[in-house]
Ligand binder design. Structure first.
Ligand code: C5P
Length: 239
């Protein structure tokens, strides 16, 4: 019998915490804050898929060609992903693209790009390398299940669709216009969730050993506190 369980790694610097969940569940902002509180590095894996999407769009590669690109083709993109201190800097053609990757155009295409197995393969090693020594809080869709199955703490964040849509709108729209835009935002988020849950490779699922935290009724501060409490209870790490 083949034992597929990975050996427990020896981490030099600290543990790995994974935070997965659907769009708008607060993963990235919570992960950033938790990483800051623990003095850990934060990996926002969604930003890597966004950066890949941005490059494909910017390099004017026809969308019909994307599924045929190989890992070697992807290596030729003009994209740089560099860990710098506790941040991960993404640039395209030497320019920092941290705000461009949040555009509506990228958001609309990113789930398709993330469904392509060669894109996932291409980004897999980069993500694993960032966790080699531990001391990492990684958020995304498949952090606990696929990229860091041996993580010491795995969290799965959820929240109602309406709350997630409201949070997303808050990031970029004047609150006065929320009500009229809410339906459309809920539809967009739901479409992305369905694409992420139903894709063949690394779909969004809760890892069996993940702890689910429903943030529908929690403030941001309570969310962060809850996660830090779980980490402390499970590992003794944090204050
Ligand atoms: O987290 P964010 O909304 O920025 O992620 C953008 C998209 O990247 C997601 O909708 C999903 O399709 C993809 N993604 C993924 N696996 C991850 C992180 C993000 O497929 N680990």
């Amino acid at each position: 019998m083949i034992d597929l369980k990975l050996p427990k790694p020896t981490r030099l610097e600290g543990i790995i915490v994974t935070i997965d969940g659907p769009a708008g569940s607060g993963k990235t902002s919570t992960a950033r804050e938790v990483a800051g509180a623990l003095d850990y590095r934060h990996l926002d894996s969604g930003s890597l898929y966004r950066a890949a999407t941005f490059s494909l769009l910017r390099e004017s590669i026809n969308v019909k060609e994307w599924e045929h690109l190989t890992v070697s083709d992807l290596d030729l993109l003009n994209l740089q992903i560099l860990p710098m201190d506790d941040k991960i800097i993404m640039s395209w053609d030497q320019k920092n693209i941290s705000s461009e990757i949040r555009s509506a155009e990228v958001t609309e295409k990113v789930s398709y790009v993330a469904s392509l197995p060669q894109v996932r393969k291409w980004l897999f090693e980069t993500q694993q390398n960032l966790g080699l020594n531990g001391r990492l809080v990684a958020d995304g869709r498949d952090m606990g299940e696929v990229v860091f199955p041996e993580a010491e703490v795995k969290i799965f964040l959820t929240a109602s669709l309406e709350v997630r849509a409201r949070r997303r709108l808050l990031e970029y729209i004047d609150p006065k216009s929320h009500d009229e835009m809410l339906d459309d935002e809920m539809k967009r988020i739901n479409k992305r969730d369905l694409a992420d849950q139903n894709r063949q490779h690394s779909p969004l699922v809760q890892a069996q050993d993940a702890i689910q935290v429903d943030t529908t009724k929690l403030t941001f501060h309570q969310q962060v506190k809850t996660l830090l409490g779980i980490i402390k209870d499970l590992t003794g790490i944090g204050s």
